[in-house]
Ligand binder design. Structure first.
Ligand code: NDP
Length: 253
């Protein structure tokens, strides 16, 4: 596909917010939504330089983007990121809840602080951003959350908190889809399998085991997820809501 934003793309005239868009999957989603024609806001916390780089790349391709500092563990910062997107672009059409963390370790060694941070970033921020987005999304609005196959299958020890958070957003998605159907706003949860990012590098400690458990026999690139996200963000997916969609190389088979 071309790297130039489509002047008459499916998302032309739309505005999107991608949380955690500075690196990894979120950065790939931000770039893709911009190429589909959307004006894109992306949040970052620890990586301002990377966020600026994504924005610069999108602008260099002729797209529209802004970076917003917002720690997803801070509910008011998350809310401000949503209102900041509306201030920047005058509207909000697509929310992608992507920012995520995970404290890995035996339950006996994790702390309540670990739990609180993981739940704040992976669950509470999804709840807050979606709540604030509701005040701005119109007919055809889209809420997309990046969950994980680990919500449904955790093949290793040490993932209790992460699995808990990703199962939570799947339930949240189903429940919110019920509320928003009458407003023609769809709510969906995308569960990737192993994706090559800083968090889960293909040479990392779980890589060989993950690859062996994945029929495709390899990690995905972040870019390989973005076609599904673009579909869910676009007009053709209006009848897809409340769904958890796996994009996992067959990991959950
Ligand atoms: P990366 O670690 O590569 O990137 C994480 C992104 O989230 C960064 O942009 C980071 O921004 C942002 N982020 C992290 N913490 C915060 C925070 N407190 N506030 C704001 N932004 C934050 O992760 P991935 O791209 O791999 O993961 C993206 C999503 O995909 C996560 O929800 C993850 O759980 C999920 N996922 C990933 C899989 C994988 O194999 N990689 C598999 C299944 C799901 P910054 O650096 O600026 O803080």
């Amino acid at each position: 596909m071309t790297n130039t934003p489509k002047q008459d793309g499916p998302l032309s005239g739309k505005a999107a917010l991608v949380t955690g868009g500075s690196r990894g999957i979120g950065a790939a989603i931000a770039r893709r939504l911009a190429r589909e024609g959307a004006a894109v806001a992306l949040t970052y916390h620890a990586s301002p330089g990377s966020a600026d780089g994504v924005v610069a790349d999108i602008r260099a391709e002729g797209g529209t983007a802004v970076a917003i500092a917002a720690d997803s563990a801070d509910a008011e910062a998350v809310r401000a990121a949503v209102t900041g997107t509306v201030s920047a672009f005058g509207r909000l059409d697509v929310l992608v809840n992507n920012a995520g963390v995970g404290s890995m370790g035996p339950l006996g060694e994790l702390t309540v602080d670990d739990f609180d941070r993981d739940v704040a970033v992976n669950v509470r921020a999804v709840w807050v951003a979606s709540q604030e987005a509701l005040r701005h999304l119109g007919d055809g609005g889209r809420i997309i959350t990046i969950g994980s196959v680990f919500a449904d299958r955790m093949p290793f020890p040490n993932g209790t908190t992460y699995a808990l958070t990703k199962a939570a957003v799947a339930g949240f998605t189903r429940a919110l889809a019920r509320e928003l159907g009458p407003r023609a706003i769809t709510v969906n949860n995308v569960q990737p399998g192993p994706v090559a990012t800083d968090t889960n590098p293909p040479q990392g400690p779980i890589a060989d085991a993950m690859t062996a458990l994945t029929p495709a026999g390899r990690y995905a690139t972040p870019e390989e997820l973005t076609g599904l996200i673009a579909y869910l963000a676009g007009p053709e997916s209006a009848y897809v809501t409340g769904a958890t969609l796996n994009i996992d190389g067959g990991f959950l088979t």
